[in-house]
Design a binder for this molecule. Structure first.
Ligand code: ZN
Length: 563
């Protein structure tokens, strides 16, 4: 069945609640193992049914926000879903009360119980008003940033539209675009300070009400991290500091030579090549066709997956009027179908959709028969599948980039390495902020600049006094809306590098291991998944250094000045 034939019917929530209440009566009570398991499976089916409807609405609404029907349905879900969270909470409580836990763990795995425990720790009806406040503040931040109107060269741009000017090959254009962005941020400084300060206060209040010392561990628990803590993360950041800071400093001076700038300023760093950044060759349909050839050649499983996506209309890739921005991959349970959404714009980012988002989609397709909470892993693990597929797709990149292939490969690896110190700086900043909630907005800026100088010593803001005082993080939305999430990208990147290394030795063997990892989905926690997939754990001493060594050698062997 094709995506546009997937049937949407307005959900009957009263009926849903009644069915859930009935099912819950058989869990965590005096029922036998068989009855309990049947009830749990029934609960999974009920949530899949609702999740299917929700996904159909949110995908169709994001494809055309002018569609009045789906706009109304979306508003219905936004209004009613939060209250249904109460039923998840009840399910978790009852699951943990089960007398048949040992047998259930044998059948369902133990992770679902750990997830239930964490989820109960992070919620209490007492914090509902604070959660609403937190959501409201987070929405205020996204709305404020989305409202940006930046005057530049006689035209008005939003924050993403001004992006390309920051990569312009003309230095004056880059500099002016950076200053124009800073000016807008500075005009809104007090408002952004107010929003973030309120977020820190309300999160700290929630943490205290739930019995946590501060928000740090609550942040970790909300992300479902069951097998590492802030000490492991600190040890990992230290490895990034000692191994990556010197390397990225060197890569930055190579870039400066390449783009012929003697003393590069922060606004010079988004440009990789004087001849411009690499671009894919061909229009959307040609790129989809190239992806088909790639996935069919790669393996029978990836070929079957990609053809399933294309044949069932599960890709909506072109930018068009009324469509939401950005890109994502989601899953529609009752049709066992992943869905990929994006806005192609002719940059290398289009190919990333066909590899990165397709990596997410391939993973969920591979674990589609898992129980709902095991279809996707936690976020640091989920990004392994997507980032690794970007590397496993390397042998086919010449068909996408043609004469730009070498440029693409160099900037792909150099960009991934360069990201790591920034990613951990964002994390260290948030630890500082939530461990010391009494800091003032100005103290936080000072803290950011100090951490930035530690991890990104080459960043020279020149005459941009606004960024110099420590405000670059204002534009990093994760800091506002998903605390402690950001480091996940860096952890996954270090793991994905291992697939780059493995695939140089044997692409076939690397792909087999990758497929196995994908099939596990979210049935295990992060570190267990690494062990099951024979991957080195980045929290362990020496793993970062060992992993980047072959990449360093590869980059050193490229004559990038010629690119
Ligand atoms: Zn991703």
């Amino acid at each position: 069945m094709k995506f546009n034939e997937f049937k949407y019917e307005h959900p009957d929530l009263d009926n849903y609640k009644m069915s859930v209440e009935k099912v819950l009566k058989s869990i965590g009570t005096d029922k036998s193992f068989d009855e309990e398991l049947a009830a749990i499976n029934k609960m999974f089916a009920l949530t899949d049914e609702l999740d299917t409807l929700y996904n159909l609405v949110s995908v169709r609404y994001s494809i055309d926000t002018r569609d009045a029907f789906y706009e109304k349905e979306m508003a219905f879900f936004d209004e009613n879903l939060p209250a249904l969270g109460e039923y998840d909470n009840l399910f978790n409580q009852r699951l943990l009360n089960s007398k048949n836990r040992t047998q259930l763990e044998q059948k369902l795995g133990s992770l679902i119980f750990k997830q239930a425990e964490l989820s109960l720790k992070t919620f209490s009806p007492e914090i509902i008003p604070d959660l609403q406040e937190e959501n409201k503040l987070s929405t205020e931040y996204s709305k404020l940033l989305a409202s940006a109107r930046i005057e530049f060269q006689g035209k008005t741009y939003n924050l993403s539209q001004i992006g390309p000017f920051k990569q312009d090959t003309n230095r004056e254009v880059r500099k002016a675009a950076a200053l124009a962005t800073s000016n807008w941020m500075e005009e809104n400084e007090l408002e952004i300070d107010r929003i973030y300060d309120s977020l820190v206060q309300v999160r700290t209040k929630i943490a205290h009400k739930l019995g946590y010392e501060n928000f740090v561990q609550l942040g970790y628990d909300r992300l479902g991290r069951t097998d590492y803590d802030h000490k492991n993360v600190k040890n990992y950041r230290d490895q990034i500091y000692s191994s990556l800071v010197p390397l990225v400093t060197e890569l930055t001076s190579r870039k400066a030579k390449r783009i012929q700038i003697e003393e590069p300023k922060a606004y010079d760093l988004a440009l990789s090549f004087l001849s411009g950044n690499p671009t894919p060759k061909g229009d959307m349909n040609e790129l989809i066709q190239k992806a088909k050839e790639m996935y069919e050649e790669m393996s029978p499983e990836t070929g079957e997956f990609w053809n399933f996506m294309v044949d069932n209309g599960l890709l909506d890739l072109d930018a068009k009027e009324g469509k939401m921005g950005g890109g994502y991959c989601t899953f529609i349970p009752e049709y066992s179908s992943p869905f990929i959404f994006s806005n192609f714009n002719g940059t290398a980012g289009d190919v990333d959709v066909l590899t990165h988002e397709a990596g997410h989609a391939f993973q969920v397709y591979s674990s589609k028969d898992n129980i709902p909470s095991y279809r996707w892993p936690t976020l640091e693990a989920a990004e392994i599948h997507s980032m690794s597929m970007e590397f496993l797709a390397w042998p086919w990149m010449n068909s996408f980039f043609q004469e730009d292939t070498d440029k693409y490969k160099f900037s792909h690896l150099a960009g991934a390495l360069t990201f790591l110190p920034y990613g951990v700086a964002v994390d260290e900043f948030q630890h500082g902020v939530y461990e010391n909630p009494e800091l003032t907005p100005d103290d936080r800026k000072t803290l950011w600049r100090k951490i930035e100088k530690k991890y990104l010593p080459f960043k020279d803001y020149g005459e941009d006094s606004f960024l110099e005082k420590g405000t670059f993080w204002f534009r990093q939305s994760h800091i506002f809306s998903s605390p402690f999430y950001y480091i996940d990208y860096t952890l996954a990147q270090v793991v994905a590098f291992q697939y780059w290394i493995k695939s140089k030795e044997s692409h076939k063997a690397a792909l087999e291991e990758y497929k196995h990892l994908c099939s596990l989905g979210g049935s295990q926690s992060f570190v267990s998944l690494l062990n099951s997939a024979k991957l080195d754990n980045p929290f362990e001493n020496g793993v970062v250094e060992k992993t980047i060594q072959p990449i360093k050698e590869y980059l050193a062997s490229i004559n990038d000045i010629e690119l």
